[in-house]
Design a protein around this ligand. Structure first.
Ligand SMILES: Cc1cc2nc3c(=O)[nH]c(=O)nc-3n(C[C@H](O)[C@H](O)[C@H](O)COP(=O)(O)OP(=O)(O)OC[C@H]3O[C@@H](n4cnc5c(N)ncnc54)[C@H](O)[C@@H]3O)c2cc1C
Length: 539
């Protein structure tokens, strides 16, 4: 471990990790195994992060569980048996708790501990953290494992506080079951969470009104019990399977290669056959159909029209079907993976309000007023997403060298180097946040990659007696330029997505994830390490 400075408090931790989701749990395990003194602070009363907070009906992964799971421990991946192809939230939460117990992590985790303040002490070369209830910690390194999607977004709807029914947010769902029977439910939003919950609420509620701003592309999950034969096959060489996945742009999906020719070079019949095959397989496989889907608008449009034709064939009311057909490029916003979403609009108790034609004017005591008409509701569900990537960090009083606040630093957008570090914030690593490929991968793959890189970096510093590491502003701006240049070669800048911060009024528009694919990104991080952490200043 790097030598502490003379002024480092004697009781300082080596590493303070904020967040006990999958990132914080693996970080604790890995760094503790290197002999470091590590502590995890978690705001929630439980481990599990995303899978503790997002308990809405139908919440489940959209990447198959055999691929959305830890790979760091062979025994763990052999012994855990997922019950379904796409695990639901309760099973994911059980998995997080199992990992916490199996690796004896709880003794170093403090739950119900929200970090409100984090200041860098230049003299002592360490971080001082303070929780909402006034407790304090010092640590030489900090890992912000606070999640890319952990800061729920609640739009400022006029009249919201006057609503006399119950208001729920998809990302802060109550722990007791919510009874929809006999209720008039309004759901605002049609992103991934809404697409998962709408079919289930519709089956129970007296009426369901969905308020849609941007229609979603949803592809069938074809969820079901785990195929035990496939599981046996994968587990026979799980390490090989994971390694092949890490060679994929998304860090998963290696069982299915894209068609060898770009969509633009094959006939309509071949294109349709490939897309039909992927639709039948389900999930994200559709986006991997052709290599040019993300780089050529014309190729992308074939896939868009393919899904629109599916929508039109499923939804009986032609006006509703037309309203459900998206016009933006597919994959530009996160693709939704559904179970019966479009068919839900054939139910007599379900109605769709297109807020582009009938804007929400205000929430009334008894419903939602949109386009001059009040839609009755006694339960209002906000499926309005997150202040992605930056929100979890900027709501903390986080100050680096010279008292620089992260909110000021990120005023033009989330400047960063390698998605891991920020100039002016020494010894602070940001996990799976802005600048990383996490949003386009199975996030656990990205989490393991980041933690392993950080652990190697800390060991390297220890061997050379370094106390601090921090990227240069030059490296940071080159990296952000590179991110932008890569995004410009894709379809990603052509729609208003949360990747761009477009869902949050006033948020700077900067494409936040790295769109270069996981292998390229991982190689870049590895090259920086091989070059003695080029782009970083070490003391
Ligand atoms: C509904 C939903 C579905 C998803 N589905 C998928 C999927 O199918 N595939 C996929 O790859 N990814 C998915 N994701 C992304 C998901 O966030 C990641 O897969 C993964 O769970 C992130 O783990 P994490 O540990 O980085 O963050 P999180 O799981 O978000 O954990 C962060 C933790 O930090 C805590 N925290 C935040 N701020 C503070 C603070 N100031 N002080 C103390 N604690 C704090 C939070 O309470 C939380 O427990 C989904 C996300 C959501 C919201």
């Amino acid at each position: 471990m790097p030598a502490p400075s003379a002024r480092t408090p004697a009781d300082a931790l080596d590493v303070l990790i904020v967040g006990a989701g999958f990132g914080g749990l693996y970080g604790l395990h890995k760094l503790r195994s290197l002999g470091l003194k590590v502590r995890v602070l978690e705001a929630a009363p439980s481990v599990g992060g995303t899978w503790y907070a997002n308990r809405y009906p139908g919440a489940r992964v959209d990447i198959q569980s055999l691929e959305y799971s830890y790979s760091f421990d062979e025994a763990l991946q052999q012994e855990w048996n997922w019950s379904e192809r796409y695990a639901a939230q309760p099973e994911l939460l059980r998995y997080a708790n199992h990992v916490a117990d199996r690796f004896d992590l709880r003794r170093d985790i403090e739950l119900d501990t929200r970090v409100e303040q984090m200041h860098f002490d230049e003299g002592a070369r360490c971080w001082h953290a303070r929780s909402a209830d006034g407790r304090a910690w010092s640590a030489r390194f900090v890992i912000m494992a606070i999640g890319p999607l952990s800061s729920p977004n609640t739009p400022a709807f006029e009249g919201l506080s006057s609503f006399e029914g119950r208001v729920l947010h998809s990302a802060a769902w109550p722990h007791e079951p919510v009874d929809f029977a006999g209720r008039d439910v309004a759901v605002i939003g049609t992103g991934s969470s809404a697409v998962q919950m709408i079919p289930i609420i519709a089956e129970q509620a007296r009426s369901l009104t969905v308020f849609q701003r941007t229609p979603a592309y949803a592809v069938p999950a074809h969820n079901g019990p785990t195929d035990r034969e496939r599981e046996r096959r994968i587990k026979a060489d799980y390490a090989g399977f994971r390694a092949r996945n890490r060679k994929m742009r998304s860090g998963f999906g290696s069982e299915l290669s894209p068609h060898p020719l770009p969509a633009m070079q094959v006939s309509d019949a071949v294109r349709d056959a490939v897309l039909e095959e992927r639709w039948a397989i389900g999930g994200f496989s559709l986006l991997g159909a052709f290599t040019d889907l993300f780089t050529d608008m014309r190729a992308n449009e074939f896939a868009c029209e393919f899904v629109r034709s599916k929508i039109r064939s499923i939804v009986q009311d032609t006006t509703v079907a037309a309203a459900l057909c998206p016009s933006h490029p597919i994959g530009c916003k996160r693709l939704c993976v559904d179970t019966g979403y479009y068919a839900t609009y054939n139910r007599a108790n379900v109605s769709l309000v297109d807020v582009n034609r009938a804007p929400i004017e205000r929430i009334t005591p008894h419903g939602v007023l949109a386009g001059g008409r009040e839609h009755a509701a006694d339960l209002l569900v906000l499926a309005t997403g997150f202040d992605a990537f930056t929100g979890p960090l900027t709501r903390i009083d986080l100050r680096g060298r010279g008292g620089l606040h992260i909110r000021d630093k990120w005023q033009p957008g989330p400047l960063n180097y390698l998605g891991l570090a920020v100039a002016g914030f020494p010894n602070l690593f940001n996990l799976v946040g802005a600048g990383s490929t996490s949003a386009f991968t199975s996030v656990i793959v990205s989490i393991e990659h980041h933690i392993d890189w950080i652990a190697d970096c800390m060991q390297w510093m220890q061997e050379r007696g370094h106390t601090t590491i921090e990227p240069t502003e030059e490296a940071e701006s080159h990296y952000v330029e590179l991110m932008h240049a890569i995004a410009q070669q894709t379809i990603f800048l052509s729609c208003n997505s949360w990747y761009l911060g477009a869902n949050i009024p006033g948020k700077p528009r900067l494409f936040m994830p790295m769109a270069g694919g996981f292998p390229m990104y991982a190689e870049r991080c590895a090259a920086v390490a091989r070059d003695g952490y080029s782009g970083f200043v070490l003391h």
